[in-house]
Structures are given as structure tokens and as C-alpha cells.
Design a protein around this ligand. Structure first.
Ligand code: ZN
Length: 498
């Protein structure tokens, strides 16, 4: 007779299997599904997602969980991790009434459609009633989940367990104090990059081949994953042996596609690096969205936009793309690291990106607490952007209507992007200490040493440690904005001659 713990794991692995089917349906929706399949696909996703939810909150699973908690030996870290995280997952799912989940699903479906129209016509009034309704539903979710200091904490906890709005605000404040002056020093510097070098002809077949070469050099296993094309690049790990990622191509912007590939490959390597012996259990799952984003940002920016990386890859790039034959490595490095205050977050550079996220964090927190009315969002947005970046969007389409997150019900999600950058810088500094010749290795095209370090120190642990604990374990320090600030200052002072 298998123990309660063994039976529990079996049940929980079924939940994971059904969830991964939802992911597969979503991947296919974004890559290969014919347009007329959309209606039935949403039915399929709804039905399968409901099956996963029912399995998770079933009385049988609750009973086994309770028994396992009493009977199992928690001195075994695997057991302790799995029980802790299954308890969390199950309780959170059980706390929010099914009727509310369904209400949110249909409200977000309508809001996303309204958002498309509102953005196309730059008409905020068209979206406002939907946001008000969603905000009301999100407040209810927060009440059901429970919180100690403010409702925002309940929402961010869904994406970044143990994160608290007050701590994030502190981190962001110290980041802001450094970033705002850095941006203004950069924009007024005499030396400026020639960004026209980013916009030259590069045949898409050659881009595809080059991107594959880089992803493989990073260690992505194409026998355990795919890279396809979609409108919005993403990465979805169904299991370590099946990781789906996508990119998009522009004929005259190979760097856009390459960096998006390095970003998604960073996510993909994390998924491929999870321990396959624990697939379907928390020990075989990722820590949080912020830790996931740290892996993508580390590869995209700290490696992909670095001198050592291009010392090795630039001659290969020039051999493929003749338009760059006479462009020097220095000019190329400067162009791919250009800093420019801009309106659109997804196009923002490394230095201004965090400021975009801060604005969203402040505004969504104020809306949730009721201190900012939805109708006043456009004005608050424009004023906030002016203070942070000194620019004002010409329209709401390029302002508060640019992101789909709030319409899609993703409240409390934005900070994970910046947390990802902070974790990335702290991990990368630790990797450089552990591997003193890391730069030289990367300059020789050896990216595997870094991957092996990430595998051993981060990927293999699954959910054994929560993010704050993991950061401390890997770097010897609690999370701090300092490594990120130092990284940016060092890099951009040298590039811009400050
Ligand atoms: Zn990402």
C-alpha cells in the first residue's frame, strides 16, 4: 500500500499533467492554430482548466494532504518542499470561489477585446468601465486570499510568493534615486550611439539560422524543445523534455529577434534544467516569475549585450550579414546598448526599463487601494512618466493603454519584471566570483560554464527555496538593488564616457 505522501504526489502530478495540457493548447493557439479555431479553442481551454482546478481542490487530495502532513518525515527536504508548496497551491485555489474565478475569466475576455479597440483608437473611456469592474473583482480576490498590510500583497503573492508591496516600494525607491540621474547623464552625454546600425537588411532565413546557433551555444537542447514564430514571443515549459519558445522576425532588425531569442532561451534553459525526476511536483517546478525573469534577463542583457559575448560572435554575425561588414565591434556594442527615454515599455533599454515598471507598480497599487480613480489614470500616467523620464506620451495609446496586463487580470504582476533584473544582477555577480575567468570563457564562446553554474545553483533546486532564501543561499546576501545599480553604472559610464 503506497503511503499517503506517495498517493498525494500521484494526484498532484495529475493536476500538473492537466495544466500542461492547457499550456500546450495555448502554445498551439499562438503558433499553428488556424484563425477559425479560436472559438472552439477557448472552449477547450476552459474545460481542461476546470478539470485541473477540480482535481486540485478535490476532497480526496485534501484528505491525502492532511494525512501526509501528519505521517511524513519532514526532515527530508524533498518531502518538506512538496508538502509546503502543495498546501499553498491547494489552499489558494480553494479560497477563491469558483463563481468568482468564472466571473473574472469572462470579464477579462471582454476587457481584452475592449482594450484592443481602446488602444487602436486611443480611447481610454472605452476601456475604463471594464477596468473598474475588474478592479472590483481583483479586490474580492485579495479579500478571499487574505493579506496583512494591504490588498496588493495578496495579488503579488500569486506571482512572487512572499513578496510585499512595502518592500518592493523600498527597493524601487533606491533604484529610482540612482536611475533618474543616470538616465539624464546618459541623454546629455556628448558621445551617442549610431542606432541606424540596428536597422539594416538581414535576410530572415539567415536570422533564423544565427538565432538557432546562439541558442544551441547557450546550451538549449533542441531535442527537448522547439523554437517557432509567434506575434508575441513566449516560452512555455511543459516538462524538461518539452520546452516551447517563440520569436518574431523583422527583415531589417536582426538584433530585436536575436535578443528576444536569448531572452526566451534564458527562460527555456531554466525549464530544461529542472530535475526530470521530480516533474509534476513542486520540487521539479520553477520558484517564481521573478526568478524565471532573472534567467532570461541574465542571458539577454548581462551576457547578450556584453563585450565578451560579441568578441566571439561578432565575426560570425558579420560573416552572415554583409551589411555589417564595415561596422566596428565598438560601434555595434554601443548601438545595441543605446539608452533613450521612450514611451513603450517593451521597447525600453536596460536603464529606463525599471522606471517604466515603477510607474505601473505605483499606479496599480493606488488604484487597488482606492486612492486613484480609474478615470484619472491617463493623467496620473502622464504625470508619472514626466517625472521619471521627462517625456509625455502624445496619446493614451502610447501611454496607459499600451499594456494588456490590467485588462487581462494581471494585477500585481509588473514588479516581477524588475525583481527579475535585480535577481539577475545579483546572481551574475556571484557567478563572476565563483568563475573568475568567466569573461574570458564567454569571449572564447564557452557559455556552458555559466549554464552549468546556473543549473547547479538555481535550476536544480526547483521550489525547494522561496526566492528571498534562494538569493541569500546563492549570493550570500539578501536581495539588494546594489548589484544591479553597480552593473548599470559600470557598463553605461564606460559606454557613454561619463
Ligand atoms: Zn521574460
Amino acid at each position: 500500500m503506497p503511503s499517503a505522501y506517495e498517493q498525494l504526489l500521484e494526484r498532484y502530478q495529475e493536476v500538473h499533467a492537466v495544466r500542461s495540457v492547457v499550456q500546450l493548447l495555448e502554445c498551439d493557439l499562438q503558433t499553428f492554430m488556424p484563425p477559425q479555431g479560436a472559438g472552439y479553442r477557448s472552449t477547450q481551454i476552459g474545460v481542461v482548466a476546470a478539470v485541473a482546478h477540480q482535481k486540485l481542490v478535490s476532497p480526496e487530495l485534501a484528505e491525502l494532504l492532511q494525512q501526509a502532513e501528519v505521517q511524513s518525515d519532514r526532515s527530508d527536504p524533498a518531502v518538506a518542499t512538496n508538502l509546503r508548496e502543495i498546501r499553498r497551491d491547494r489552499d489558494r485555489a480553494a479560497k477563491v470561489p469558483t463563481a468568482l474565478v468564472q466571473q473574472i475569466a469572462s470579464a477579462t475576455a471582454l476587457a481584452v477585446e475592449a482594450w484592443k479597440v481602446a488602444r487602436a483608437q486611443s480611447d481610454f473611456a472605452h476601456l475604463a468601465p471594464h477596468l473598474e469592474h475588474l478592479l472590483d473583482l481583483e479586490r474580492q480576490v485579495a479579500e478571499h486570499l487574505g493579506w496583512q498590510t494591504e490588498p496588493y500583497d495578496a495579488l503579488i503573492d500569486q506571482y512572487e510568493p512572499d513578496a510585499r508591496a512595502a518592500d518592493i516600494q523600498q527597493l524601487f525607491e533606491s533604484l529610482k534615486r540612482e536611475l533618474v540621474p543616470l538616465v539624464s547623464a546618459i541623454t546629455s552625454a556628448r558621445r551617442q550611439p549610431n542606432t541606424a546600425l540596428l536597422q539594416m537588411p538581414a535576410p530572415i532565413e539567415k536570422q533564423t539560422a544565427f538565432n538557432h546557433t546562439v541558442a544551441a551555444a547557450m546550451g538549449f537542447d533542441f531535442n527537448a524543445g522547439r523554437m517557432d514564430v509567434s506575434m508575441h514571443p513566449f516560452c512555455a515549459g511543459l516538462c524538461p523534455g518539452d520546452v516551447r519558445m517563440t520569436t518574431r522576425y523583422e527583415e531589417r532588425a536582426p538584433a530585436v529577434s536575436l535578443f528576444s531569442v536569448m531572452h526566451e532561451t534564458g527562460h527555456g534553459l531554466y525549464e530544461q534544467g529542472l530535475d526530470p525526476a521530480h516533474t509534476g511536483t513542486p520540487l521539479g517546478d520553477v520558484v517564481s516569475l521573478g526568478i524565471h525573469e532573472s534567467q532570461s534577463r541574465l542571458w539577454e542583457n548581462m551576457v547578450g549585450r556584453s563585450r565578451p559575448f560579441w568578441q566571439y560572435f561578432y565575426p560570425k554575425f558579420q560573416a552572415e550579414f554583409s551589411a555589417w561588414r564595415d561596422v566596428s565591434l565598438e560601434d555595434w556594442l554601443f548601438a545595441i546598448n543605446a539608452v533613450q527615454p521612450s514611451f513603450i515599455r517593451v521597447d525600453a533599454d536596460e536603464v529606463t526599463y525599471g522606471l517604466h515598471v515603477m510607474l505601473r507598480f505605483d499606479l496599480e497599487r493606488q488604484m487597488l487601494s482606492g486612492s486613484l480613480a480609474v478615470k484619472d489614470l491617463p493623467e496620473a500616467w502622464n504625470e508619472g512618466l514626466r517625472q521619471l523620464l521627462g517625456i509625455t506620451p502624445p496619446s493614451d495609446a502610447e501611454g496607459c493603454l499600451q499594456d494588456v496586463h490590467w485588462s487581462a487580470g494581471l494585477w500585481g504582476y509588473f514588479p516581477t519584471y524588475t525583481l527579475g533584473n535585480l535577481y539577475a544582477a545579483q546572481f551574475f555577480a556571484a557567478a563572476n566570483q565563483a568563475i573568475p575567468d568567466l569573461d574570458e570563457r564567454i569571449a572564447r564562446g564557452d557559455l556552458r560554464t555559466l549554464l552549468d553554474w546556473l543549473r547547479a545553483n538555481i535550476h536544480r533546486h526547483g521550489k525547494r527555496y522561496r526566492a528571498p532564501e534562494l538569493v541569500e543561499l546563492v549570493t550570500g546576501q539578501p536581495l539588494s538593488p546594489q548589484p544591479y545599480i553597480e552593473y548599470l553604472k559600470r557598463k553605461y559610464r564606460s559606454l557613454y564616457g561619463l
